[in-house]
Design a protein around this ligand. Sequence first.
Ligand code: AMP
Length: 282
Amino acid sequence: MTLPDVVATVPALRERVASWRGRGERIALVPTMGALHEGHLALVRRGRREADRVVVSIFVNPKQFAPSEDFAKYPRAAERDRALLEGLADLVFSPAPEVMYPAGFCATVSIAGPSAGFEGALRPGHFDGVATVVSKLFIQVAPDVAIFGEKDWQQLQVVRRMVRDLDLPLAVIGHPIVRDEQGLALSSRNAYFSEEQLAVARRLNGILRETVAGLGAGDWPAKLAAARQAVAAAGLGPVDYLAVVDGETMEPRDEPSGRPARLVAAIRLGPVRLLDNMPVPG
Ligand code: AMP
């Protein structure tokens, strides 16, 4: 097993990718902010199945954090991340902020539509930051496929819309959420929880499962109201949102529309906003 090489500049990245391309190899990109866990590693394994080479980008993107958010204290673990990628990734692209955003940088990629509402409303500028950095990564790496987690459902829809609207020549693959044994969606920010908070956080999954099971019988507003009550009773909360949306456009839905729907939730617990989502059957 070999540790993946790490490159920090765009020319070094492009040189490596060009050598693979020259041999006709397919390339997958897995964009991350590091502090890797099994959820990220599942995306990397998926990348290996979809392509010959996997590039993992590790970049804590300042543009997707609001000034009030945790950019400075977001967990960073470069050596550990590299060790976790041993035998899985071919290359780690880990640019410094000034490589991504040189002095005078003033470009913004803004995708309306699925960015509106939910995370977009609660975190102004967040999806512009995501779309800007992801489009740069797509141009820098020029992958055949990019793998994103369904964990960040709205982000996945924003990226899909961006790729479609801008005719970017790659396929976007959404990979299912990886959870711990008790159903909690893995997240780098779970590291902020105390043991007690972790135990409470693990109750969310069961509440969402019960909720989606109940949605099949109709009366979505009542089912969502009951879910909010269950969240409060479990010691979780406040609820930033707990809603059913169109699975692609992110428009809120209060009844079946014949299109795929998704239950999306963001619940605050101590220092963390817990994000989770599930498909609504039917
Ligand atoms: P992040 O490092 O949090 O920006 O996440 C990088 C990628 O990993 C994103 O596409 C996330 O959706 C994905 N991801 C994070 N946590 C999970 C998880 N528990 N299951 C699946 N994908 C995940």
